[in-house]
Design a protein around this ligand. Structure first.
Ligand code: URA
Length: 240
């Protein structure tokens, strides 16, 4: 990184507007390498110089990125993998250190958001702000209306947790294969929740795919492909 003016560096780090940063410099509140700098023309090298404002180190804000991956099955969402399994982070080659927003289990495919914005991760995974997640599920056997109602009203998983109301649609009953395809939308995100919900009505999950997070659909991406989220999509996630 090249040298840059001190006030520009401070502003880029989110301290204040450039004009206000000039004022802070003039007021003697800014140090470079341990020395107060009050000259407005001063330049710094962001790589090698240490800048402090009010005694605290100032770092430029990293550009935030948000992307949507269509996760294939056989990949884990953990960043550190001890067992040599494939990681979703190997599918997304970007310079920045990103993390998945929530989890998808190894045998589930579909929509997964990754970002380097920690506040965004906290907000979207906080129980208060959980957003709708929609799954297409293939289960063994023919699902009945009563079973659909049970899933919708809530079933007990993890011994004593009753799942919150969900939306459930029957997509297709495949008589010959003795399978059913259903769509479940949940507003919470307990570990392996959809599998456990199906287990609670004694149905075996044969395939599980998350098709949507909020209104963001993954259908235009092939498995393993990713794209950046649009500003509108990021906003819609934060507002939901
Ligand atoms: N429910 C599951 O069972 N697995 C997932 O990965 C996500 C939701």
């Amino acid at each position: 990184m090249e040298e840059m003016r001190l006030q520009k560096y401070l502003a880029a780090s989110g301290i204040a507007s450039r004009r206000k940063c000039e004022q802070l410099i003039l007021e003697g509140k800014v140090e470079v390498n341990g020395k107060v700098v009050q000259a407005l023309g001063a330049k710094i090298n962001p790589k090698t110089d240490e800048v402090k404002y009010n005694g605290k180190i100032v770092k430029p804000e990293e550009e935030k990125i948000y992307l949507l991956l269509n996760k294939p099955i056989g990949y884990v969402t953990t960043a550190k993998e001890q067992f040599g399994r494939n990681k979703v982070l190997d599918l997304v080659k970007v310079e920045k250190r990103i993390v998945p927003v929530g989890r998808l289990d190894m045998y589930t495919s579909g929509a997964l958001i990754l970002t380097n914005d920690g506040d965004f991760v906290n907000r979207l995974t906080h129980p208060k702000h959980e957003i709708d997640k929609t799954y297409n599920v293939t289960i063994s056997g023919r699902i009945t209306k009563e079973e659909v109602e049970k899933l919708e009203q809530g079933v007990v998983i993890d011994n004593n947790y009753k799942t919150r109301p969900a939306k459930v649609k029957i997509l297709k009953i495949e008589e010959q294969k003795n399978q059913s395809r259903i769509q479940i939308t949940i507003h919470e995100g307990k570990n392996r929740q959809v599998r456990k919900m199906c287990q609670a009505i004694h149905k075996k999950v044969l395939a599980l795919h998350r098709c949507k997070i909020g209104n963001i659909d993954v259908k235009d991406l092939k498995l393993g492909e990713w794209r950046y989220l649009t500003e509108k999509e990021i906003k819609s996630l934060l507002e939901s």
